[in-house]
Design a protein around this ligand. Structure first.
Ligand code: HEC
Ligand code: HEC
Ligand code: HEC
Ligand code: HEC
Length: 275
């Protein structure tokens, strides 16, 4: 920023200057946090759905008595049947759509498919137990008992149906043996310059695998896209889960906890699809 542009700001009273600076900071650069988002279920949250509990992290994590990776504290989806994708059994390219969903996505579905109460935790605090907060109905959001309500826009995978959702628990284009599935997309399509999908190993990559997509253009945020590996840490057999597109702590500050801006642009989709 040039001194000429900074000087007028300094003449403004503190509050006005702060407000002005706030407006000038791009969304992605602002300090982001889970507080007051839809995933802040604490009593002081600004969200519609909240509990009487003062803690935020416990609805998903616990330092003791967890039941899975990332110190998971919430019950995964109780759906035990096969997953369906409407009339589709494969993608257009011919990749089989999964009938079972991997744990990384099943933990999202635990709250989002309406099979488990939002407050069903393995360690509710003060020792293991099961709580059900919020256990009161919130019209159009939560039914009595604490489950996500039928008709809630945030319901995903209800009744085991992922019809109409982007494939998850599926290999990334050109990848094999992810969730028992081989991608039908030929490796020739996975090419940064001309192919249908991007793959570039990016030095500044922030994902767990160290391999991510990198496209250029408005809204794209390739280095933030997070692919999963079949065997954690092996960096091979990469695939897509809910958190490939989402980052549920609001790290990037985009709507719907997305990793790239889909609200105002095609950035998220073009971070993978070279369209
Ligand atoms: C709505 C559920 C939810 C809440 C609430 C939540 N997390 Fe997470 N957190 C997740 C999920 C899902 C993952 C796993 C992401 C993945 O698969 O890479 C995760 C992963 C993590 C990780 C390890 C990976 C990383 O992203 O750094 C840390 C650390 C973490 N969370 C801390 C916190 C803290 C601290 C809080 C409270 C301020 C919190 N989380 C609240 C869902 C949640
Ligand atoms: C502990 C329960 C819980 C878990 C686990 C959870 N969510 Fe949520 N999520 C919620 C609730 C509650 C809402 C708000 C529902 C409402 O307002 O009706 C929400 C809302 C959302 C929204 C909409 C945000 C908005 O601002 O409109 C997205 C996107 C989302 N969740 C994605 C995920 C993903 C992806 C995962 C897994 C990585 C996940 N959630 C795991 C409880 C959870
Ligand atoms: C390919 C990227 C991608 C994947 C994978 C993905 N989402 Fe989303 N999700 C989005 C986008 C983009 C939106 C923005 C709203 C929209 O277009 O509906 C969204 C919106 C949402 C919402 C808000 C309600 C809505 O539909 O608008 C929820 C809840 C949600 N996702 C949960 C999930 C869960 C749970 C999974 C895993 C089963 C998942 N998402 C996988 C891209 C993705
Ligand atoms: C992480 C990379 C990634 C992101 C981000 C992503 N996709 Fe995909 N998409 C894939 C892969 C991989 C497939 C499956 C390709 C296959 O094997 O057929 C796919 C499949 C599709 C399909 C074909 C589905 C079918 O049944 O044939 C469409 C359409 C699509 N994506 C649209 C989108 C849109 C729209 C967005 C943004 C909201 C998006 N994708 C974001 C990687 C991604």
């Amino acid at each position: 920023m040039t001194p000429a542009r900074r000087r007028p700001a300094r003449r403004l009273p503190g509050l006005a200057a702060a407000a002005l600076l706030g407006l000038l900071v791009p969304a992605a650069a602002a300090a982001q946090s889970i507080r007051n988002t839809a995933h802040d279920l604490s009593v002081s949250s600004a969200a519609t759905v909240r509990s009487t509990d003062v803690e935020i992290c416990k609805f998903c994590h616990t330092p003791h008595g967890s039941t899975g990776r990332v110190l998971w504290n919430h019950a995964p989806s109780a759906w035990a049947g096969a997953y369906t994708w409407g009339t589709q059994t494969t993608t257009t390219a011919g990749t089989p759509l999964p009938t079972s969903v991997k744990a990384a996505s099943k933990i999202c579905l635990g709250c989002h498919d309406g099979t488990v109460a939002i407050g069903s935790l393995s360690n509710a605090g003060g020792g293991p137990g099961v709580v059900s907060v919020p256990d009161v109905a919130v019209a159009n959001h939560i039914v009595t008992g604490g489950m996500m309500a039928p008709g809630n826009v945030n319901l995903v995978g209800a009744g085991g149906s992922l019809a109409g959702s982007h494939p998850v628990s599926i290999p990334y284009a050109g990848q094999s043996a992810y969730n028992g599935i081989n991608s039908a997309v030929p490796p020739s399509s996975v090419n940064n310059a001309t192919g249908a999908y991007f793959t570039t190993t990016t030095a500044g990559c922030t994902n767990l695998t160290g391999i991510c997509t990198s496209a250029s253009g408005a809204g794209t945020n390739g280095p933030a896209i997070q692919l999963y590996d079949e065997v954690p840490g092996t960096r091979t057999n990469l695939g897509i889960e809910c958190n490939t597109c989402h980052e549920v702590h609001n790290r990037y500050g985009f709507r719907w906890f997305l990793r790239a801006d889909a609200a105002t642009s095609d950035g998220l989709c073009r971070s993978c699809h070279n369209k």
